[in-house]
Ligand binder design. Structure first.
Ligand code: BG6
Ligand code: MG
Length: 222
């Protein structure tokens, strides 16, 4: 049997950091004189920090000089880091650790494939760093999801063929990136939104060990 690799997105898959990203973006929006809603924050899932700021400024109809843009990028991240400062393993989403343990016991290589530049410190805070054989994050890529780059680098680092990798993602752009990489895509969240995924689950509590086992034995993508 050919070896299989598993790639996890971070935000929204392993931890629910969307709420902290939201608070930091909302603070910036309010300072710039406009509202930023939770619904609008949905657009930011899986999207790079730079692109998020571009969208935010569009929402507020704010024109920025390059210097202001750079300052606001830093400001948002400083606020975000303050919000995540106290994160600990209690913020790991339900059954993520069970799935990681299952894969580890079977010696399956595991990578992180995240758009975040803060991925490593977050994994450290929640004590999950030791599970990962490779971490590919916003510091390692030149092209954002839905480009497959982040997942292709992860597969390469694991030494596994792309079409033998399985990706867990909560963002539409992430599912599209996994599909573009010819990997098995598993949507974590609303199946209506993540309707391009090969499989859908609301969260990891719905994912049985038997299902995980089936992924280890399955025929991979052509
Ligand atoms: C993604 C999040 O994982 O990372 C996005 O879903 C976020 O909302 C992006 O904008 C970049 O994160 P960071 O931590 O580098 O600002
Ligand atoms: Mg995500």
């Amino acid at each position: 049997m050919e070896k299989v690799g598993f790639i996890f997105d971070l935000d929204g898959v392993i931890v629910d950091t969307a709420k902290y990203h939201y608070l930091a973006w909302r603070k910036l929006a309010n300072e710039l004189g406009f509202e930023f809603t939770k619904e609008q924050n949905e657009l930011f899932k899986g999207v790079s920090r730079k692109r998020c700021l571009e969208i935010l400024l569009d929402i507020g109809n704010v024109k920025a000089t390059q210097e202001q843009f750079d300052t606001w990028m830093v400001e948002k991240n400083v606020d975000y880091l303050a919000y995540i400062e106290k994160m600990d393993s209690s913020e790991i989403l339900p059954d993520v650790t069970r799935v990681l343990e299952y894969l580890k016991k079977k010696n399956i290589p595991i990578a992180l494939g995240s758009a975040s530049k803060n991925a490593r410190p977050i994994l450290e805070k929640v004590d999950l760093l030791p599970y990962f054989d490779s971490i590919v994050d916003g510091n390692s890529v030149t092209k954002a999801k839905p480009d497959p780059e982040v997942f292709l680098i992860a597969a390469n680092n694991l030494g596994i063929a792309a079409n033998s990798c399985v990706v867990f993602e909560d963002a539409v752009a992430g599912i599209q990136a996994a599909n573009a990489a010819n990997m098995v895509s598993i949507g974590i969240g609303d199946a209506d939104i993540l309707n391009e995924a090969d499989y859908n689950f609301n969260d990891f509590t719905e994912m049985t060990d038997d299902f995980l086992k089936s992924l280890l034995n399955k025929e991979h993508k052509a």
